[in-house]
Design a protein around this ligand. Sequence first.
Ligand SMILES: *Cc1c(COP(=O)(O)O)cnc(C)c1O
Length: 374
Amino acid sequence: MSRRVIARIHLGALRRNLARIRELAPASRVMAVVKADGYGHGLERVAMALSDADAFGVASIADGERLRALGLAHRVVVLSGIDEAGDLTRMHALGMEPVIHHDSQLDLMRSEWGAPTDDGPSDLRNVWIKIDTGMHRLGFPRARLPQLLAEMRSLPGIGDIQVMTHFANSDVWDDASTGLQMDRFTLACGNSTPPSGVHTFTTSLANSAAITGFPDSHGDWVRAGGLLYGIAVIDGRCGADFGFEPAMTLSARLIAINDIAAGESVGYGGAWRAQRPTRVGVLAVGYADGYPRGIGPDTPVSMGGTEVAIIGRVSMDLTAVDLTGLETVAVGDTAVLWGADGIPVERIARAAGTIGYELVCGMTRRVDFEEDDR
Ligand SMILES: *Cc1c(COP(=O)(O)O)cnc(C)c1O
């Protein structure tokens, strides 16, 4: 079979990345965020590799069900919470924990969890309350936290309560807004602590960027996504700069090598024209695999450890590279598009005007996934 684009997932890298997060946030528990099919790496293989995590964060109940089907007994937090009647009951039956961020969800809680329960102590219902400290996407106004805590505590069978918020700009370290969000969060939580000083909830603020950039924000729980996969979103940096390893290597086959004369163009639209006689390699990968079409000029791929430039436009199935002077490369060789021993996905993302998360989440169904212990 000739045409194979392979996303190879490195389970050892996932495990070491989790350990590295624990090093950076030694006093915090770690929620491993595995939404979007484990950031495109494959939920099941990622969750099994990260079984040392203290909890998993997912976007939907269906993802949580996939974790339970693996036999994983971890805490599972559904980050966008509940949408409709029955969700809470379904979640509770599977031991999943909702993030409550909106009044419509409070109404569902009152109607589904308001009645006295005959559940035993092991069936306590853990909840996460999300407050808005400046992101203005999801979350209750922070001034309502005392009322929300009182209401939650008045429901029967409630177990641990976690209070969380989400940062808008933690990837920009000199931006004052993260400090402001932290201050607002601390103030809201301080105002909500009973006079006895007993902490009756735990806190969670930090995403990946805040884990590396804002140690004061770590709180009781860090919520790590990107860094687990080795990807940083800090401008100009990549995960390796912080001691993380890529968990995905994307590769494709070289299926043709052709020599063209100076003045000839390559690909659709004649967007690239040879300044000199050029040896053109053609890789069997394109935007239909998830490689971004919108890259800038001279974006590299790695061939046998050498970086060569993409020339012309990335098309649906094919991408041309400049192999001039690279005599050792032959048809059938493998090009590494990003990942271990290749180019950091963050660099390709910058060339495409996006972030690494979008690229790894964008692998399409015709990409073959493999895994190793690397
Ligand atoms: C996705 C998500 C995270 C993880 O963000 P990363 O930047 O990938 O670490 C954390 N918290 C919430 C609420 C999220 O939705």
